[in-house]
Each structure stands twice: as structure tokens, then as C-alpha cells.
Design a protein around this ligand. Structure first.
Ligand SMILES: Nc1ncnc2c1ncn2[C@@H]1O[C@H](COP(=O)(O)OP(=O)(O)O)[C@@H](O)[C@H]1O
Ligand SMILES: O=P(O)(O)O[C@H]1O[C@H](CO)[C@@H](O[C@H]2O[C@H](CO)[C@@H](O)[C@H](O)[C@H]2O)[C@H](O)[C@H]1O
Length: 452
């Protein structure tokens, strides 16, 4: 089947469920994980619907942001989302944020629909499905043989600002339910699985997962061990800043952990040639042009930023391209005991899956973390650029001590990747958290004007 056919919404179930689709059209854009916030939802189609257990439907919807495609043409612009919907005649009166609405007509008429991930009973039944591998319609539930999952774990939905939704079971496991679904294996299953086979202890290994085969093959969710008593790097960094504590020892250890993960990735997956600099520069420049179109505040800085990309053509190619994390920042690293762990290998959520699963320069991850130190240092006044600078030095030194090459000696590459990352962040903040826009914009100004 072609990609076009994969993505074309099937119209059959839509008619009788028009009323449900109407409710979802209102509810979906208000969700934190909804990716299309900058564009109106022009059409919403139900792609698949499976009764997962009584009163709970597994649903894939396509939210369109454009016209209906011509027969045989490209799929409509838009995204596919995964929902678990509770549908009850007499739901609990305490649905709160989970409430979606009451269906007026069609086969579900009179039922109240809600986000079933908020419902502990549904969350428990979902874990039961993973405990007993098997199928439900197009859904496949799978787990590692020889790793039986315990019963009776109490679920809670994480309240974090997330791109997906995560359920923690009894502080033993965490199930990430992917929200935006694209055809293919999700790197957040693929990469931790491959790293576990390499014996890399820095990444929690998947123990169970579920996927679909219709309307296309895709990963839907992954269960991993939950790192109890862990704190994420962002919380730790802000704590250190508030207390006036030094963070360089942690940053150095984080650099070592990043290099360990990169080395394991380079063993687990094929390694490419060092990136061809002209092509990298062109891709970065194209991303800048698109971002400046979407966020006009970027426009005055475009000529200055382009020099960082143009300078790439004079750089030596740097380390070979390889699989990387793809969206590395302080929120993606957890400190448990005396060790750093790395989570969330999905890559930058807005990029196509094929791009996220291809090889890139490891400098891209390093740049992501360096940008994160800068984000942390700008969380409260007075800004602490020297704090970010010390973390940067320590992180790169830690990386070099393991990887055998020092990111600071790749100045041109690092500057280009930091610029590219800051451009991505401007777009991300403009779409999701406009109040945060000044943080990457300050970096844009610095990179465009001073180039450091
Ligand atoms: N294995 C884990 N152990 C402990 N906490 C975790 C684990 N995996 C994720 N988390 C927590 O869940 C949050 C969201 O996870 P993440 O994978 O970043 O989801 P998303 O893709 O939705 O952003 C993290 O910030 C972290 O606090
Ligand atoms: O964790 P996600 O995969 O959802 O990543 C997205 O959201 C991040 C914010 O939650 C965003 O990260 C940006 O903000 C962080 C502070 O909240 C900062 O530490 C990062 O450096 C900065 O990029 C990330 O870009 C986005 O992909």
C-alpha cells in the first residue's frame, strides 16, 4: 500500500458517528499534545475504532488542516491521533478535565464520552491487556517473554506538560501512550530496545508495548520500568540555580552519560558518513526560512543566522552521522541515585518519523543540551549566562572524556547546530508556549549578532 493510501481517512465509519466526531473536533485542539494548534481543524475523520473492553473504545482520528484530497492525490494535510474513549450512560460525576461531551445521535446517542486514560479502571484494564499478549481487532499487545508483569499495580496519570500521555503503575512501570501517530516503528520503542540489547544501562528498556496494523502499521504505546525517586535534569538545574549551587559536576556527568548513549547507539545501528556540509547547511537554511515565515519576529535576524549555516561549508565534517536522541534537553534526562538516565527517544515531535529515524551528527544532541543550560539560566532574573557557560564547559569536557573528541573543538558545527536548535525552539514556543518565546529569541539575537 502506498503512503497516500495509508493516510487517507476511511469514510465508512464517519457517517453514523458524526456527533462523536463533532465533539472531538472541539476537544482535540485544546489538548496539550495536539500538534496542529496553529492551524484550524477543517475536518475530523475516524480512522479506526476498536472496542478495547466494555465501555472503552480505542480510536484513531485524523484531524485535517486542509481540503479533502482529490481521488488518488496526496493525503490531506493533518495528523493522526490516538484516543482511548470511555463511553458510558452514567459516568462518574467527577470527570473534570477528562470530560469530552455527550453524544447526541448515532449508535452512541445518550452516552457521555471522556478520556479514558483519566479513569483508573480503564488504565488498569490497559495494563491487563499488556500482561496477556494478544490481539483486539487491529491492535497487537506484546511483551518481553520471561518478564511477567505483576498484578494489582495502582495507576496514576502523569500531570506533566507532555507531548504524549503517561501512566505510572504502582511506581514500578510507566506506560507512554503516544498521541500523534505516524506510520512505522516509533523510535521510543526501537531505540531503547536496541540499546538494551547492547547492554546500555543508561536507558530504561521496554518491557511491553502495543501497536496497530490498521489503517497503517504504527507503535501506539510502550511500557518501561519507572525510575522511582528520580528527578529530571530541568528540575535539578532550576533547584541549583535557585540555591546558588554549582551544577558543573552534574553537567560533567551528564556529558559522560550522553557520550555513553551515543557510543551505544553507534554500535546498535548502522553508522553513516560524516554529514555532507553543504547539504546540512541547505537543510538548516530551509528550516530557518520556514520558521521565519511562521514567526515574523525571526525575520530581522535571518541574515545573521544564515552566516552560521553558510560557514558550515568551510568546516571539517566532524564525527560520523549516526542514530541520535534527536530532542535532547534537561527534561529528557533523569538522575536516579548517582546516575543519569536518558528517556524519550522520539526526537523532535514536529519532524517526520523518517527524518527522526535517520542518522544525524551527534553534535545535534550536544547542541540541544547546551541550549537547555541557556534555557535554565534564563528562568529568573538576574539571568545567569555565566552559569550556563560553566555548565557548557563541564558538559563538553565530560563528553570528551568518554567519546574521545571534544565538541568545543568543533566550533563551526556546534554554532550551526545550536542555531538550528534555537530556530526550532522559536517555532515550538510560538506554537505551544508563547510566553516562553523570549528565551530562544534571546539566543537567536546573540547567535545572529555575536555568533557565539
Ligand atoms: N522511566 C521513567 N522513570 C521515571 N520517570 C519517567 C520515566 N519515563 C518518563 N518519566 C517521566 O515522565 C515525563 C514524560 O516523559 P517523556 O518520555 O518525556 O514524555 P513525552 O514524550 O510525552 O514528553 C518525564 O519528564 C519524566 O518525568
Ligand atoms: O519533552 P518533549 O519531547 O515534549 O520536547 C518538547 O517540549 C520541550 C518543553 O517541554 C521543549 O524543550 C524546550 O524547553 C525546555 C524547558 O521546558 C528546555 O529545557 C529545552 O532546552 C527547550 O528546547 C522541546 O524543545 C520540545 O521538543
Amino acid at each position: 500500500m502506498t503512503k497516500t493510501a495509508f493516510l487517507r481517512p476511511r469514510s465508512a465509519p464517519v457517517e453514523p458517528l458524526e456527533s462523536l466526531a463533532g465533539l472531538l473536533r472541539e476537544w482535540l485542539p485544546r489538548q496539550r499534545w495536539f500538534a496542529g494548534k496553529d492551524r484550524p481543524v477543517t475536518d475530523l475523520s475516524l480512522l479506526s475504532m476498536t472496542e478495547l473492553f466494555p465501555d472503552c473504545l480505542h480510536v484513531l482520528v485524523h484531524a485535517g488542516h486542509g481540503g479533502v484530497p482529490a481521488p488518488g492525490g496526496d493525503p490531506p494535510a493533518g495528523d493522526c491521533y490516538q484516543l482511548l474513549l470511555g463511553v458510558r450512560e452514567h459516568p462518574s460525576p467527577r470527570l473534570g478535565r477528562a470530560l469530552i461531551g455527550r453524544v447526541q445521535n448515532g449508535p452512541l446517542a445518550g452516552r457521555t464520552v471522556y478520556d479514558a486514560l483519566y479513569d483508573p479502571r480503564s488504565a488498569q484494564l490497559l495494563l491487563e491487556r499488556l500482561r496477556h499478549p494478544g490481539t483486539a481487532g487491529p491492535l497487537r499487545f506484546e511483551c518481553h517473554a520471561g518478564q511477567p508483569l505483576p498484578t494489582g499495580l495502582v495507576p496514576r496519570l502523569l500531570d506533566a506538560e507532555q507531548s504524549n500521555s503517561s501512566l505510572v503503575y504502582g511506581d514500578e512501570y510507566i506506560l507512554k501512550v503516544f498521541r500523534r501517530i505516524q506510520p512505522g516503528v516509533n523510535p521510543d520503542l526501537e531505540v531503547p530496545g536496541a540499546l538494551a540489547r547492547q547492554g546500555c544501562h543508561r536507558v530504561p528498556a521496554p518491557v511491553a508495548w502495543f501497536r496497530t496494523t490498521d489503517p497503517f502499521k504504527a507503535t501506539l504505546g510502550v511500557l518501561q520500568p519507572y525510575l522511582r525517586d528520580a528527578s529530571d535534569g530541568w528540575t535539578l538545574a532550576l533547584g541549583a540555580l535557585a540555591a546558588g549551587d554549582d551544577f558543573t559536576a552534574q553537567a560533567h556527568a551528564l556529558g559522560r552519560a550522553t557520550a555513553d548513549v551515543h557510543l551505544a547507539l553507534a554500535s546498535a545501528f548502522p553508522v553513516g558518513e560524516p554529514g555532507e556540509m553543504r547539504r546540512t547547511a541547505t537543510a538548516m537554511t530551509e528550516r530557518l526560512t520556514a520558521a521565519a515565515h511562521a514567526v515574523p519576529a525571526l525575520q530581522p535576524f535571518v541574515p545573521g543566522l544564515r552566516t552560521a549555516f553558510a560557514a558550515l561549508t568551510a568546516c571539517d565534517a566532524g564525527p560520523p552521522a549516526q542514530r541520535i536522541h534527536g530532542d535532547l534537553h534537561l527534561g529528557q534526562v533523569l538522575r536516579a541515585g548517582r546516575e543519569w538516565f536518558v528517556i524519550d527517544f522520539e526526537g523532535e515531535p514536529s519532524r517526520p518519523l523518517s527524518e527522526r529515524r535517520s542518522t544525524h551528527s551527534p553534535v545535534r544532541d550536544i547542541a540541544g543540551m547546551l541550549r537547555s543550560f541557556d534555557y535554565a539560566a534564563r528562568q529568573r532574573r538576574p539571568w545567569r549566562p555565566e552559569w550556563a557557560w560553566r555548565c557548557r564547559e563541564a558538559y563538553c569536557a565530560g563528553y570528551a572524556s568518554r567519546a574521545g573528541w571534544d565538541p568545543r573543538k568543533k566550533h563551526g558545527l556546534l554554532r550551526a547546530y545550536e542555531t538550528d536548535r534555537a530556530v526550532y525552539e522559536v517555532l515550538y514556543e510560538a506554537r505551544h508556549r508563547p510566553d516562553w518565546l523570549p528565551v530562544p529569541m534571546a539566543a537567536i539575537e546573540r547567535l545572529a549578532v555575536r555568533g557565539d
